[in-house]
Design a protein around this ligand. Structure first.
Ligand SMILES: [Zn+2]
Length: 238
């Protein structure tokens, strides 16, 4: 077989990791192998390359059980549309790993959300079907930066509500053993806006008093989507 003409930069990188980076963290990884993984957080984030969960949360190996997909979407628990890696990972994280927190993290300039307002490549049949998981968050307005931001945030809340449709999630949340957190990460500012269930709005972390709510807190068990919808329609969202 002929050698590649272009230098294989990727090979150089994985060798560099093994030779230079790994020795510094070897002990940590060996412990994670001997004791197994016990991440306390399930992080469901968009696949976007600019969203870097470890950087955002100051975490490292063994800390986050990660699900990445287009739009940070959650399929319905009883969806019968075939293989769902996202649903399988949610069930595993809750039932086996017994995570204490589930974060759904959308972000600014999300291509998956923008695609809700555009034609999808007819060859991308799976993508077109997948995007339907965000359809309910789309607004009947002309697409503009403000509409996109609102849709990104509405999509996060929509996925949190779907999460509550997973029996193992609902029971853990209602028992107070697990909390849900809705986040919207603004890439250009480096700031996460956390969902506040009481106001139905996303609050910048710099002024927030908590790290985000899900659609359920003890005294408020009804779905909030309509309430949020109302807030957006009234235009009083910051
Ligand atoms: Zn995205």
């Amino acid at each position: 077989m002929k050698d590649a003409v272009v230098p294989d930069e990727l090979l150089a990188r994985i060798r560099r990791f093994h030779d230079h980076t790994f020795p510094g963290v070897q002990e940590q990884f060996q412990t994670l192998v001997s004791e197994g993984q016990h991440p306390s957080i399930l992080f469901i984030g968009c696949s976007d390359s600019r969203l870097v969960p470890y950087l955002l949360t100051g975490t490292g190996p063994g800390d986050l059980f990660l699900i990445r997909n287009v739009g940070a979407f959650v399929p319905p628990y009883d969806g019968s549309t075939g293989y769902h890696g996202t649903s399988a990972a949610i069930e595993f994280a809750v039932l086996n790993l017994k995570v204490a927190r589930v974060i759904v993290c959308g972000h600014s300039h999300c291509g998956g959300i923008r695609a809700l307002y555009e034609e999808v490549n007819p060859l991308a049949k799976n993508l077109a079907a997948w995007l339907e998981l965000g359809r309910e968050a789309a607004l009947p307005v002309q697409v503009c930066p403000e509409a996109l931001r609102r849709t990104e945030q509405r999509a996060v809340v929509l996925q949190l509500e779907r999460l509550m449709g997973y029996p193992m999630v609902r029971s853990q949340v209602e028992a107070g053993l697990m909390t849900l957190h809705g986040w919207h990460y603004v890439i250009e500012d480096g700031e996460i806006h956390v969902f506040d269930v009481r106001s139905g709005q996303f609050v910048p972390a710099s002024v927030a008093t908590h790290s985000g709510h899900g659609p359920y807190i003890e005294h408020l068990s009804e779905p909030l989507f309509n309430e949020i919808d109302m807030a957006y329609k009234l235009g009083d969202n910051p």
